[in-house]
Design a protein around this ligand. Structure first.
Ligand code: S3P
Length: 434
């Protein structure tokens, strides 16, 4: 039986909260620490199912990983060529990031691997990583339609590639770069629009020579990684639900502490500000090379806008939350250039349109976005489609609906945001398990 939630108006959101560690950075920290020389300490590690699945995979590949305390890992790296074959398939759970980055990393090993995932991940497109990796000499088989499971065959000689990404995807970029560590020659990745650069920054922090600027990365194979400690900032994408809720719930004044502010992640703030949001940054500082800040969000009247397409890659995970903001704003919001939403953990355009319509919203789907005219939401049943970010966005919608909202299929929230219900309640949400 799946977990359902009941959401209804709570109180204005106030006080200070800390959301869990960044998912993208936690995955990468485990991966690079595992193939580095020496022991790396990761603090602020996300204790979500996705990132724990990645850690468990490296344990299967022969890496010792200690957990001295909650959200802390000490990874005893085995070096670039020290991983060992796993007799069992490697289970990435719900994590597209885990599977796509691992495909790149495992393509250059001298043993075979099989990557599997849950029902959602088993429907997600993997050709986008298989094609460039095959051009580097990797041998990878997918199921029909280019979906998992993936069989990755051993390969000792990958060749570098100069690759122009057809879609703006940090996951594809990172898969090519991780294979590039094992390749002969210089690997170059060119992006149609810059995407999150955590892999590049972290490779540099682990001592790998790499040159990168927005939209272009170069690295050569054959160097080594040296262990380093990593402090993971709070995940902007987890903060997003609270940012939108505090904008929408009258009387709110909420502070989110230590949020990662990589500019390739924070497009939602720019867009909410264009809509009239009152969001300020306090105590901005550097933490393990990433800018972090305390975000203060006060409620404000939001107006519909045309979302600039240039912001889309910088807020790709925040659209479910933005759909809710748009449905409760004054006027019409137009979203385009966001076709990637259709191949996330669910088809986020279709699932959000269906769920918000069930609550009375005026929302029209387009192939690459939506047209949403703001108004009131009523209570009702809204299906999350098993998508963690949609479940949490609908919990925000429930705070502003005139009646109780039942949100179905919420188990996967644990993939990225363990403790969401408790933290949301402490901030003022009306939310509980059904
Ligand atoms: C991620 C990149 C994005 C994002 C995902 C995490 C990453 O995917 O949606 O949640 O950690 O690199 P794409 O790169 O496929 O857009």
């Amino acid at each position: 039986m799946s977990l359902d939630w009941l959401a209804a108006a709570g109180r204005p959101l106030t006080g200070e909260i800390v959301v869990p560690g960044d998912k993208s950075i936690s995955h990468r920290a485990i991966m690079l620490a595992a193939i580095a020389e020496g022991s790396s300490r990761i603090t602020g590690f996300l204790e979500g199912e996705d990132t724990r699945a990645t850690a468990a995979i490296f344990q299967r590949l022969g890496v010792r990983i200690d957990q001295p305390s909650e959200s802390e890992r000490v990874v005893h790296g085995v070096g670039l060529h020290g991983l060992q074959a796993s007799a069992e398939p490697l289970d990435c759970g719900n994590a597209g990031t885990g599977m796509r980055l691992l495909t790149g990393l495992l393509a250059g090993q001298d043993f075979d691997s099989v990557l599997v995932g849950d029902a959602s991940l088993s429907k997600r497109p993997m050709r986008r990583v298989i094609e460039p990796l095959a051009a580097m000499g990797a041998r990878i088989e997918a199921a029909e339609g280019g979906v998992p499971p993936l069989r990755i065959h051993s390969n000792k000689v990958l060749q570098a590639i100069d690759y122009k990404l057809p879609v703006a995807s940090a996951q594809v970029k990172s898969a090519v770069l991780l294979a590039g560590l094992y390749a002969q020659g210089e690997t170059v990745v060119r992006e149609p629009h810059p995407t999150r650069d955590y892999t590049e920054r972290m490779l540099a922090a682990f001592g790998w020579p790499i040159v990168f600027e927005p939209g272009l990365v170069r690295l050569s194979g054959g160097h080594g990684l040296k262990a380093t400690d990593i402090q993971v900032p709070a995940d902007f994408s987890s903060a997003a639900f609270f940012i939108v809720a505090a904008c929408l719930i009258p009387g709110s004044d909420l502070v989110l502490k230590g949020v990662g502010m990589n500019p390739r992640r924070t497009g939602l703030i720019e867009v909410l500000r264009l809509m009239g949001a009152d969001i300020s940054q306090e105590n901005t500082r550097l933490q393990s090379g990433e800018s972090v800040t305390d975000l203060r969000v006060r409620s404000a009247k939001l107006l519909g806008i045309v979302v600039p397409e240039s912001h889309v890659p910088d807020m790709i995970d925040e659209f479910p939350a933005l759909f809710v903001a748009a449905a409760l704003s004054e006027g019409t919001t137009r979203i385009s250039g966001a076709a990637e939403l259709r191949v996330k953990e669910s088809d986020r355009i279709a699932v959000m349109a269906h769920a918000l319509r069930a609550l009375g919203a005026n929302i029209q789907e387009t192939p690459d976005g939506a047209i949403i005219t703001g108004g009131r939401l009523r209570g009702g049943d809204a299906d999350s489609g098993g998508d963690h970010r949609i479940a949490m966005s609908l919990a925000v919608a429930g705070q502003c609906a005139s009646g109780q909202v039942k949100i179905t299929d919420c188990d996967n929230v644990a993939t990225s945001f363990p403790g969401f219900v408790e933290l949301a309640r402490s901030a003022g949400f009306g939310l509980r398990a059904a």
